[in-house]
Design a protein around this ligand. Structure first.
Ligand code: WQD
Length: 345
Protein backbone atom coordinates (compact mmCIF):
# COMPACT_ATOMS: atom_id res chain seq x y z
CA UNK A 1 0.00 0.00 0.00
CA UNK A 2 1.14 3.52 -0.80
CA UNK A 3 2.42 5.33 2.26
CA UNK A 4 0.62 8.50 3.25
CA UNK A 5 2.80 11.52 2.64
CA UNK A 6 3.15 14.12 5.38
CA UNK A 7 5.03 17.38 4.89
CA UNK A 8 7.13 18.37 7.92
CA UNK A 9 8.29 22.00 7.95
CA UNK A 10 11.28 22.47 10.23
CA UNK A 11 11.86 18.74 9.88
CA UNK A 12 15.59 19.05 10.53
CA UNK A 13 15.00 20.83 13.83
CA UNK A 14 14.85 19.41 17.33
CA UNK A 15 11.22 18.31 17.61
CA UNK A 16 10.83 18.05 13.82
CA UNK A 17 13.61 15.49 13.40
CA UNK A 18 12.19 13.27 16.15
CA UNK A 19 8.76 13.53 14.58
CA UNK A 20 10.10 12.55 11.14
CA UNK A 21 11.47 9.37 12.73
CA UNK A 22 8.18 8.59 14.50
CA UNK A 23 6.16 9.23 11.33
CA UNK A 24 8.36 6.73 9.51
CA UNK A 25 7.98 4.19 12.33
CA UNK A 26 4.21 4.57 12.11
CA UNK A 27 4.22 3.86 8.36
CA UNK A 28 4.02 7.39 6.93
CA UNK A 29 6.29 8.95 4.35
CA UNK A 30 7.67 12.21 5.73
CA UNK A 31 8.82 14.94 3.35
CA UNK A 32 10.97 17.64 4.94
CA UNK A 33 11.17 21.37 4.42
CA UNK A 34 13.84 23.30 6.29
CA UNK A 35 15.85 26.46 5.62
CA UNK A 36 18.49 25.41 8.16
CA UNK A 37 18.40 28.80 9.84
CA UNK A 38 18.48 27.10 13.24
CA UNK A 39 19.29 23.49 12.36
CA UNK A 40 22.04 21.52 10.71
CA UNK A 41 22.06 19.11 7.81
CA UNK A 42 23.70 16.58 10.11
CA UNK A 43 20.22 16.06 11.60
CA UNK A 44 19.26 14.48 8.27
CA UNK A 45 22.18 12.06 8.59
CA UNK A 46 20.96 11.18 12.08
CA UNK A 47 17.47 10.49 10.75
CA UNK A 48 18.95 8.27 8.04
CA UNK A 49 21.11 6.43 10.57
CA UNK A 50 18.00 5.61 12.63
CA UNK A 51 15.53 4.81 9.85
CA UNK A 52 17.80 3.56 7.06
CA UNK A 53 15.90 5.95 4.78
CA UNK A 54 16.71 9.21 3.11
CA UNK A 55 13.65 11.39 3.08
CA UNK A 56 13.32 14.15 0.53
CA UNK A 57 14.28 17.51 2.00
CA UNK A 58 13.65 20.89 0.38
CA UNK A 59 15.77 23.85 1.47
CA UNK A 60 12.97 26.36 1.49
CA UNK A 61 11.94 29.29 3.65
CA UNK A 62 8.29 28.81 4.57
CA UNK A 63 7.54 32.53 4.31
CA UNK A 64 8.27 32.24 0.58
CA UNK A 65 4.90 31.20 -0.84
CA UNK A 66 6.27 30.80 -4.39
CA UNK A 67 8.97 28.40 -3.21
CA UNK A 68 6.44 26.52 -1.08
CA UNK A 69 4.17 26.22 -4.09
CA UNK A 70 6.98 24.52 -6.00
CA UNK A 71 7.39 21.98 -3.22
CA UNK A 72 3.67 21.20 -3.28
CA UNK A 73 3.90 20.82 -7.08
CA UNK A 74 6.76 18.38 -6.75
CA UNK A 75 5.04 16.46 -3.99
CA UNK A 76 1.54 15.68 -5.21
CA UNK A 77 -0.78 13.84 -2.87
CA UNK A 78 0.30 15.35 0.46
CA UNK A 79 -2.18 14.19 3.10
CA UNK A 80 -1.18 16.66 5.75
CA UNK A 81 1.38 19.09 7.09
CA UNK A 82 3.10 19.38 10.46
CA UNK A 83 4.33 22.93 10.80
CA UNK A 84 7.31 23.26 13.14
CA UNK A 85 9.34 25.86 11.25
CA UNK A 86 9.59 28.92 13.49
CA UNK A 87 11.98 31.01 15.55
CA UNK A 88 11.80 30.11 19.23
CA UNK A 89 14.13 32.18 21.39
CA UNK A 90 12.17 34.28 23.84
CA UNK A 91 14.99 36.79 24.56
CA UNK A 92 15.91 37.24 20.91
CA UNK A 93 12.27 37.92 20.06
CA UNK A 94 12.35 40.96 22.34
CA UNK A 95 15.36 42.28 20.40
CA UNK A 96 14.00 41.39 16.96
CA UNK A 97 10.20 41.45 17.10
CA UNK A 98 9.71 42.11 13.38
CA UNK A 99 11.83 39.10 12.42
CA UNK A 100 9.71 36.95 14.73
CA UNK A 101 6.37 38.21 13.40
CA UNK A 102 7.57 37.93 9.81
CA UNK A 103 8.96 34.43 10.19
CA UNK A 104 6.47 32.81 12.55
CA UNK A 105 3.24 34.48 11.45
CA UNK A 106 4.29 34.97 7.81
CA UNK A 107 5.22 31.32 7.36
CA UNK A 108 1.89 30.10 8.73
CA UNK A 109 -0.10 32.44 6.47
CA UNK A 110 1.95 31.48 3.38
CA UNK A 111 1.64 27.78 4.23
CA UNK A 112 -2.14 28.01 4.70
CA UNK A 113 -2.54 29.81 1.38
CA UNK A 114 -0.52 27.19 -0.47
CA UNK A 115 -2.33 24.35 1.34
CA UNK A 116 -5.63 25.86 0.21
CA UNK A 117 -4.44 26.10 -3.41
CA UNK A 118 -3.46 22.44 -3.40
CA UNK A 119 -6.44 21.31 -1.35
CA UNK A 120 -4.31 19.92 1.48
CA UNK A 121 -6.64 20.14 4.45
CA UNK A 122 -4.87 18.70 7.50
CA UNK A 123 -2.47 20.67 9.69
CA UNK A 124 -0.73 20.04 13.00
CA UNK A 125 0.66 23.25 14.45
CA UNK A 126 3.48 23.65 17.02
CA UNK A 127 2.09 25.79 19.77
CA UNK A 128 3.32 26.41 23.28
CA UNK A 129 2.21 26.59 26.88
CA UNK A 130 3.46 30.15 26.68
CA UNK A 131 -0.07 31.05 25.48
CA UNK A 132 -1.28 30.60 29.10
CA UNK A 133 0.99 33.37 30.41
CA UNK A 134 1.17 33.23 34.21
CA UNK A 135 -1.78 30.95 34.97
CA UNK A 136 -3.97 31.52 38.01
CA UNK A 137 -4.70 27.84 38.60
CA UNK A 138 -2.59 24.73 38.13
CA UNK A 139 -2.43 22.40 36.36
CA UNK A 140 -3.49 24.19 33.20
CA UNK A 141 -6.18 22.60 31.05
CA UNK A 142 -7.05 23.62 27.50
CA UNK A 143 -9.85 25.71 29.06
CA UNK A 144 -7.39 27.76 31.08
CA UNK A 145 -7.66 31.28 29.64
CA UNK A 146 -5.10 32.31 27.07
CA UNK A 147 -3.42 35.48 28.29
CA UNK A 148 -1.49 38.35 26.87
CA UNK A 149 1.88 37.01 25.82
CA UNK A 150 4.92 38.32 27.63
CA UNK A 151 7.26 38.17 24.65
CA UNK A 152 6.96 38.68 20.89
CA UNK A 153 7.79 34.97 20.52
CA UNK A 154 4.86 34.01 22.76
CA UNK A 155 2.65 36.47 20.93
CA UNK A 156 3.46 34.83 17.58
CA UNK A 157 2.16 31.51 18.96
CA UNK A 158 -0.98 33.19 20.28
CA UNK A 159 -1.57 35.01 16.96
CA UNK A 160 -1.00 31.81 14.97
CA UNK A 161 -3.60 30.00 17.10
CA UNK A 162 -6.00 32.89 16.46
CA UNK A 163 -5.36 32.70 12.72
CA UNK A 164 -6.17 28.99 12.78
CA UNK A 165 -9.34 29.66 14.79
CA UNK A 166 -10.44 32.34 12.32
CA UNK A 167 -9.84 29.98 9.40
CA UNK A 168 -11.83 27.29 11.20
CA UNK A 169 -14.73 29.74 11.58
CA UNK A 170 -14.74 30.39 7.83
CA UNK A 171 -15.94 28.11 5.06
CA UNK A 172 -12.41 26.71 4.76
CA UNK A 173 -12.03 22.93 4.64
CA UNK A 174 -8.89 23.13 6.81
CA UNK A 175 -8.77 20.89 9.87
CA UNK A 176 -6.10 21.75 12.39
CA UNK A 177 -4.72 20.58 15.70
CA UNK A 178 -2.54 22.91 17.78
CA UNK A 179 -0.31 21.08 20.22
CA UNK A 180 0.69 23.24 23.17
CA UNK A 181 4.09 21.97 24.20
CA UNK A 182 5.34 22.32 27.71
CA UNK A 183 9.14 21.90 28.03
CA UNK A 184 10.49 19.36 25.55
CA UNK A 185 13.75 17.73 26.64
CA UNK A 186 15.88 14.65 25.93
CA UNK A 187 16.89 12.97 22.72
CA UNK A 188 16.25 9.87 20.65
CA UNK A 189 17.47 6.72 22.49
CA UNK A 190 19.88 6.03 19.61
CA UNK A 191 21.64 9.34 20.38
CA UNK A 192 21.69 9.99 16.63
CA UNK A 193 19.44 13.05 16.83
CA UNK A 194 18.79 15.57 19.60
CA UNK A 195 18.76 19.24 20.41
CA UNK A 196 21.47 21.25 18.63
CA UNK A 197 21.51 24.74 20.11
CA UNK A 198 23.62 27.15 18.08
CA UNK A 199 25.77 29.21 20.44
CA UNK A 200 25.03 29.59 24.15
CA UNK A 201 21.89 27.62 24.98
CA UNK A 202 18.88 29.50 26.29
CA UNK A 203 17.12 26.42 27.54
CA UNK A 204 17.87 24.61 30.76
CA UNK A 205 18.69 21.07 29.65
CA UNK A 206 21.23 21.87 26.92
CA UNK A 207 22.86 24.24 29.39
CA UNK A 208 23.03 21.43 31.96
CA UNK A 209 24.53 18.93 29.50
CA UNK A 210 27.05 21.44 28.15
CA UNK A 211 28.10 22.39 31.69
CA UNK A 212 28.47 18.73 32.66
CA UNK A 213 30.55 18.24 29.50
CA UNK A 214 32.82 21.15 30.42
CA UNK A 215 31.76 23.32 27.46
CA UNK A 216 30.19 25.84 29.84
CA UNK A 217 31.85 26.83 33.09
CA UNK A 218 28.77 26.96 35.29
CA UNK A 219 25.01 26.79 35.14
CA UNK A 220 23.16 29.71 36.68
CA UNK A 221 19.84 28.83 38.25
CA UNK A 222 17.64 31.83 37.67
CA UNK A 223 16.18 32.63 41.08
CA UNK A 224 15.48 30.65 44.23
CA UNK A 225 12.96 32.94 45.84
CA UNK A 226 9.84 31.78 44.00
CA UNK A 227 6.85 30.44 45.88
CA UNK A 228 7.70 26.79 45.13
CA UNK A 229 8.98 23.82 47.15
CA UNK A 230 12.66 24.80 46.88
CA UNK A 231 12.23 28.34 45.56
CA UNK A 232 13.17 27.56 41.93
CA UNK A 233 10.71 27.66 39.01
CA UNK A 234 8.45 24.72 38.20
CA UNK A 235 8.13 23.32 34.67
CA UNK A 236 6.65 20.27 33.00
CA UNK A 237 9.51 18.51 31.19
CA UNK A 238 8.25 16.20 28.46
CA UNK A 239 10.46 13.73 26.59
CA UNK A 240 10.82 14.79 22.96
CA UNK A 241 10.08 11.26 21.68
CA UNK A 242 6.76 11.21 23.59
CA UNK A 243 6.01 14.64 22.15
CA UNK A 244 6.95 13.47 18.63
CA UNK A 245 4.52 10.55 18.98
CA UNK A 246 1.73 12.98 19.88
CA UNK A 247 2.20 14.54 16.43
CA UNK A 248 1.69 11.17 14.78
CA UNK A 249 -1.54 10.52 16.66
CA UNK A 250 -2.68 14.07 15.90
CA UNK A 251 -2.10 13.39 12.19
CA UNK A 252 -4.05 10.15 12.49
CA UNK A 253 -6.95 11.97 14.11
CA UNK A 254 -7.00 14.56 11.32
CA UNK A 255 -6.86 11.89 8.62
CA UNK A 256 -9.81 10.12 10.22
CA UNK A 257 -11.63 13.49 10.15
CA UNK A 258 -12.50 13.14 13.83
CA UNK A 259 -13.18 16.08 16.09
CA UNK A 260 -13.83 19.77 15.45
CA UNK A 261 -12.24 21.81 12.68
CA UNK A 262 -9.74 23.11 15.21
CA UNK A 263 -8.61 21.45 18.42
CA UNK A 264 -6.04 22.32 21.07
CA UNK A 265 -4.10 19.86 23.21
CA UNK A 266 -1.64 20.29 26.05
CA UNK A 267 1.36 18.04 25.66
CA UNK A 268 3.34 17.67 28.87
CA UNK A 269 3.69 14.94 31.46
CA UNK A 270 1.11 16.26 33.89
CA UNK A 271 3.62 16.88 36.63
CA UNK A 272 5.90 19.73 37.50
CA UNK A 273 9.51 19.72 38.63
CA UNK A 274 11.63 22.54 39.97
CA UNK A 275 14.85 23.60 38.26
CA UNK A 276 16.82 22.14 41.18
CA UNK A 277 14.96 18.84 40.87
CA UNK A 278 15.81 18.80 37.17
CA UNK A 279 19.49 19.30 37.94
CA UNK A 280 19.39 16.57 40.59
CA UNK A 281 17.58 14.21 38.22
CA UNK A 282 20.37 14.77 35.70
CA UNK A 283 23.02 14.04 38.34
CA UNK A 284 21.25 10.88 39.50
CA UNK A 285 20.69 9.63 35.96
CA UNK A 286 24.25 10.19 34.78
CA UNK A 287 26.42 10.16 37.89
CA UNK A 288 27.90 13.46 36.68
CA UNK A 289 27.84 16.55 38.91
CA UNK A 290 26.68 19.86 37.50
CA UNK A 291 28.58 22.95 38.57
CA UNK A 292 25.90 25.52 39.33
CA UNK A 293 25.25 28.69 41.24
CA UNK A 294 22.08 30.52 42.03
CA UNK A 295 21.67 33.89 40.33
CA UNK A 296 18.91 36.46 40.04
CA UNK A 297 15.57 35.76 38.43
CA UNK A 298 15.40 35.83 34.62
CA UNK A 299 13.04 38.50 33.31
CA UNK A 300 9.79 37.10 31.96
CA UNK A 301 9.98 33.67 33.63
CA UNK A 302 6.68 32.13 34.68
CA UNK A 303 7.11 30.99 38.30
CA UNK A 304 5.19 27.75 37.95
CA UNK A 305 3.45 25.89 35.15
CA UNK A 306 2.53 22.30 34.41
CA UNK A 307 -0.08 20.60 32.29
CA UNK A 308 -3.28 18.74 32.79
CA UNK A 309 -2.92 16.18 29.99
CA UNK A 310 -6.27 14.45 30.41
CA UNK A 311 -7.51 15.61 27.01
CA UNK A 312 -4.40 14.43 25.10
CA UNK A 313 -4.47 11.17 27.03
CA UNK A 314 -8.12 10.45 26.34
CA UNK A 315 -8.41 11.79 22.80
CA UNK A 316 -4.94 11.25 21.32
CA UNK A 317 -3.97 8.26 23.44
CA UNK A 318 -0.98 10.31 24.61
CA UNK A 319 1.36 8.63 27.10
CA UNK A 320 4.46 9.59 28.96
CA UNK A 321 6.85 6.70 28.43
CA UNK A 322 9.87 7.93 30.31
CA UNK A 323 10.82 9.46 33.62
CA UNK A 324 12.65 12.73 34.08
CA UNK A 325 15.83 10.72 34.81
CA UNK A 326 15.48 8.76 31.57
CA UNK A 327 14.96 11.94 29.60
CA UNK A 328 18.04 13.46 31.23
CA UNK A 329 20.08 10.34 30.50
CA UNK A 330 19.09 10.50 26.83
CA UNK A 331 20.08 14.19 26.68
CA UNK A 332 23.46 13.27 28.17
CA UNK A 333 24.02 10.38 25.74
CA UNK A 334 23.30 12.81 22.92
CA UNK A 335 25.73 15.36 24.35
CA UNK A 336 28.42 12.69 24.58
CA UNK A 337 27.77 11.57 21.00
CA UNK A 338 28.28 15.17 19.85
CA UNK A 339 31.67 15.26 21.48
CA UNK A 340 32.62 12.11 19.62
CA UNK A 341 31.77 13.75 16.31
CA UNK A 342 33.03 16.91 14.68
CA UNK A 343 29.60 18.35 13.99
CA UNK A 344 29.20 20.32 17.17
CA UNK A 345 32.60 21.92 17.59
C1 WQD B 1 13.28 26.29 32.12
C2 WQD B 1 13.56 26.69 33.55
C3 WQD B 1 14.46 28.90 33.78
C4 WQD B 1 18.26 28.16 31.79
C5 WQD B 1 10.82 28.44 26.96
C6 WQD B 1 9.70 29.03 26.17
C7 WQD B 1 8.69 27.98 25.82
C8 WQD B 1 9.33 26.86 25.11
C9 WQD B 1 10.55 26.36 25.80
C10 WQD B 1 10.45 27.08 22.89
C11 WQD B 1 13.15 28.14 33.86
C12 WQD B 1 15.46 27.87 34.24
C13 WQD B 1 17.00 28.01 32.34
C14 WQD B 1 19.35 28.41 32.67
C15 WQD B 1 17.85 28.28 34.55
N1 WQD B 1 9.48 27.23 23.74
N2 WQD B 1 16.80 28.06 33.68
N3 WQD B 1 19.10 28.44 34.01
O1 WQD B 1 11.56 29.39 29.72
O2 WQD B 1 10.29 27.36 30.56
O3 WQD B 1 10.31 27.89 28.16
O4 WQD B 1 11.40 27.44 26.18
O5 WQD B 1 11.52 26.86 22.81
O6 WQD B 1 7.69 28.54 25.06
O7 WQD B 1 9.07 30.04 26.92
O8 WQD B 1 12.36 27.01 29.20
O9 WQD B 1 14.48 25.80 29.32
O10 WQD B 1 14.53 28.32 29.12
O11 WQD B 1 13.80 27.28 31.25
O12 WQD B 1 17.70 28.33 35.77
O13 WQD B 1 20.51 28.59 32.24
O14 WQD B 1 14.97 26.65 33.77
O15 WQD B 1 14.50 30.03 34.62
O16 WQD B 1 12.66 28.17 35.17
P1 WQD B 1 11.11 28.01 29.52
P2 WQD B 1 13.86 27.09 29.66
Amino acid sequence: MEKKKILVTGGAGYIGSHTVVELHEAGYEPVIIDNFSNSKESALDGITAITGQQFRCYRVDCTNAAAMREVFEQEPGLEGVIHFAAYKAVGESVEKPLEYYHNNVGSLVALLQVMREFNVTNLVFSSSCTVYGIPENLPVTEQTPVQKANSPYGNTKKICEEILSDVAQSASTLRSIALRYFNPIGAHPSAKIGELPLGVPNNLVPFITQTAAGIREQLTIFGEDYDTADGTCVRDYVHVVDLAKAHVTAVERLLEAKGDKIEFFNVGTGSGNTVLEAVQAFERATGVKVNYKVGPRRAGDVPKIYADVTKATEVLGFRTNSTLEEAMKSAWDWQLSLQDSVTNV
